[in-house]
Design a protein around this ligand. Structure first.
Ligand code: HEM
Length: 293
């Protein structure tokens, strides 16, 4: 059985750094370099590391640790002109911990290990906003599965790729002024939960286009299909929003949630998309640690 990368489940960290890289053409990249990067994140560094690969690099992973079903992100065009554009890269390294300085030092060290093979495409920072809230002030993560369950929802089990996990990484830019121009009740309808206490609204009060009505999905037996979210707020005065990050054993769940948000399943789009726009989206496969050799 493969062992999931522990950083996926290390919760409560205050600062996040998402590095995305593209491989330099024809590079004879030595996969063991990624293990060198992983080992830099030791206890003394105080940083958790998760490494994910786009489809272009999956052939470097030993076959038994490769997922059978995994695709790079493709642009999704929804109703009402909604678009979630693809912004796929080859390698993603997620560092998170308690301090920005620790992340900075580790990022520089690991960049030295891989910089001859990769160019940096994006460097996105994130921070925990108050008690795990989105910048809209709504609690984000209330319905996340508890860790004991999350490990089963988020990692492949008993099939090829066992112990690995599929990650969706997206940068959502918020129009906070527009969001805040609403009354509290209107804001609550966007998510389908209360601002204080994050209680799900009564079924009679909830709107069909509320976020939770778009992203709660079930299988044919009516069982809810969950994902494990590890998002963080990002930004400053001008550009700000959510670095959305979610893990699943099943890429189909993530795709289906996105399609429902864009109105492609039943012609209803997510009200949240009136206030936030996805400007970067990519899928990565985070192999189990045995894959790194
Ligand atoms: C602007 C981007 C987003 C924001 C601000 C946002 C925020 C939220 C908030 C505030 C909640 C309610 C509290 C909670 O259970 O965590 C929530 C729930 C949830 N979101 Fe999002 N979200 C965003 C994008 C997404 C995307 C892209 C997906 C899926 C691909 C997603 C999947 C979910 C799921 C599965 C739930 C739990 C629903 C439930 O079981 O009640 N979210 N989100």
């Amino acid at each position: 059985m493969g062992t999931p990368q522990s950083g996926i489940f290390a919760i409560g960290t205050q600062v996040h750094l998402h590095l995305e890289f593209d491989i330099v053409g024809n590079s004879d990249f030595d996969f063991s370099k990624l293990n060198e990067c992983r080992l830099l994140a030791n206890t003394l560094s105080g940083v958790n590391i998760v490494i994910g690969l786009g489809k272009s690099l999956l052939n470097l992973v030993p076959k038994q640790y490769r997922p059978l079903i995994f695709e790079d992100f493709e642009t999704i065009k929804g109703i009402e002109g909604l678009v979630v554009p693809k912004c796929q890269h080859d390698l993603w390294i997620w560092l998170h911990g308690g301090r920005d300085d620790a992340l900075f030092d580790l990022a520089r060290k690991l960049n030295k290990v891989i910089s001859q093979y990769f160019t940096l495409a994006h460097e996105n920072r994130g921070f925990q906003y108050h008690s795990s809230q989105d910048l809209t002030k709504f609690e984000d993560g209330s319905e996340n599965p508890p860790l004991d369950e999350a490990i089963f929802e988020a990692t492949l089990r008993g099939i090829q790729g066992d112990g690995g996990s599929i990650a969706l990484l997206q940068k959502w830019k918020h129009d906070l002024d527009k969001f805040e121009n609403q009354t509290n009740s209107e804001q609550e309808l966007v998510f389908g939960r209360t601002l204080i206490g994050s209680v799900e609204l009564d079924e009679s009060a909830i709107a069909k286009d509320s976020h939770i009505k778009r992203v709660v999905i079930s299988n044919l037996e009516g069982e809810e299909l969950e994902i494990f979210r590890r998002s963080a707020a990002f930004g400053g005065l001008v550009d700000h929003g959510l670095m959305f990050l979610a893990f699943s054993a099943d890429q189909g769940r993530l795709n289906r949630m996105l399609k429902r948000m864009l109105g492609l399943e039943d012609g209803i789009s997510d009200r949240l998309m009136r206030f936030s726009e996805a400007v970067q989206s990519a899928y990565y496969f985070a192999p189990p640690i045995e894959a790194f050799g």
